[in-house]
Design a protein around this ligand. Structure first.
Ligand code: NAD
Length: 346
């Protein structure tokens, strides 16, 4: 590795299948000669065991220094009053954009040729967790209440990020997903800000349309090819990005990037999969694709492309696939085949 090219980055193997799929990804990155100098840290259950905190100070310090991380899935311990480490990381580093691309990797299925980008606002909306009960009579939990907050500034920031990404990546159409017919204030502000920003700065650069979230879910299942890029608020983005992952083979194929002003953190969309942890059978593709997004982020798109090509060849020429994709390979067999493809110029 050329030391001039070495880019400091934080590595959080994570919980459950995390260490298994992160190891597989490191093998692939190594074969590519990727330029990362890793600082390995713990979080989630691993953080609680090692430092009594799901997000230890040393982990935060590392990300503050590197501004770049690859993160395995984290479990939030139930009990003990811990907040989700993922939500804390988003807040700490103002990771306002959650970017989730979905592409068909195995042709011939129900949804061929999908190439969709979901951009989700990551810090506001109904996801902020401002919730409480209102007692009535003897029932302390008679009413449950949640507050959603969207700010014009927060909407503008995510919409500008999404529109700039559309221009930079040549997307033809951007669809604003909202529920402004019912939540006129909360998601009306998002819709109105998007339409205004487009009219002011982006007209002619791509087509802009808008769709109500429930109709969007139906249209995605009936005809996903009518969409190119979806931009939406936090909760709708959370739900729709899992739906879109399902179109391309499930959670094992879905990477995510959390982009902010202070750092960028790359991860798989899926969780720690405790049901298969330790068995060596997890599909590592989602986090490998997250590593590809990370390579693009540090301006090494040629390495990202080599990684994606090698994944494609391993799946479709070698037909080496893990169980969730209907194959019989374990994580190690898939990784070995992938590394061989990379070394042979894949
Ligand atoms: P999950 O995504 O871990 O698992 C859902 C199902 O998908 C399981 O059957 C699992 O075996 C399967 N699956 C997931 N990833 C797979 C892979 N790479 N290969 C093969 N199969 C895979 O969701 P869950 O069970 O609801 O959550 C488990 C834990 O993960 C929870 O503690 C949750 O809070 C956490 N979680 C973390 C993140 C994150 O860190 N970004 C995201 C989601 C959930």
């Amino acid at each position: 590795m050329n030391p001039v090219n070495t880019i400091p980055a934080t590595l959080i193997p994570g919980d459950g299948i995390g260490p298994e799929i992160v190891d597989a990804t490191l093998a692939a990155l190594d074969a590519l000669g990727a330029p990362f100098a890793w600082d390995t840290q713990v979080a989630g259950l691993g953080g609680v065991k090692a430092a009594g905190d799901p997000l230890p100070a040393a982990t935060l310090e590392s990300i503050r220094r590197t501004r770049l991380a690859l993160k395995g899935p984290l479990e939030t311990p139930s009990g003990g009053g811990y907040r989700s480490s993922n939500v804390r990381l988003r807040e700490e580093f103002q990771l306002y954009a959650n970017v989730r691309p979905a592409r068909t990797l195995i042709p011939g299925g129900r949804f061929d040729d999908i190439d969709l980008l979901v951009v989700r606002e990551n810090l506001e909306g109904l996801y902020i967790g401002h919730e409480h009960y209102v007692p009535i009579g003897n029932d302390p939990h008679a009413v449950g209440m949640a507050t959603g907050i969207n700010t014009r500034e927060g909407c503008r920031r995510i919409l500008k990020y999404a529109f700039d990404t559309a221009v930079a990546t040549g997307r033809k159409k951007v669809t604003l997903v909202h529920k402004a017919n019912i939540m006129k204030v909360l998601t009306g502000l998002f819709l109105e800000t998007g339409q205004q920003l487009y009219a002011e700065h982006y007209q002619g650069k791509f087509e802009l349309d808008a769709v109500i979230v429930d109709a969007c879910a139906m249209k995605l299942v009936l005809n996903p090819w009518q969409f190119d890029m979806l931009v939406t608020t936090n909760l709708f983005g959370d739900i729709l990005s899992d739906l879109v992952a399902g179109l391309v083979g499930g959670l094992g194929m879905a990477p995510g990037a959390n982009i902010g002003t202070d750092a960028a953190i790359f991860e798989a969309v899926h969780g720690s999969a405790p049901d298969i942890a330790g068995k060596g059978i997890a599909n590592p593709i989602a986090i490998m694709l997250a590593a590809a997004l990370m390579l693009e982020h540090v301006k090494r798109p040629e390495l990202a492309q080599r990684l994606r090509t090698a994944i494609d060849q391993t799946l479709n020429i070698d037909k080496v696939r893990t169980g969730d994709l209907g194959g019989s390979a374990n994580t190690a067999a898939f990784t070995n085949a992938l590394v061989a493809r990379i070394r042979n110029g894949g």
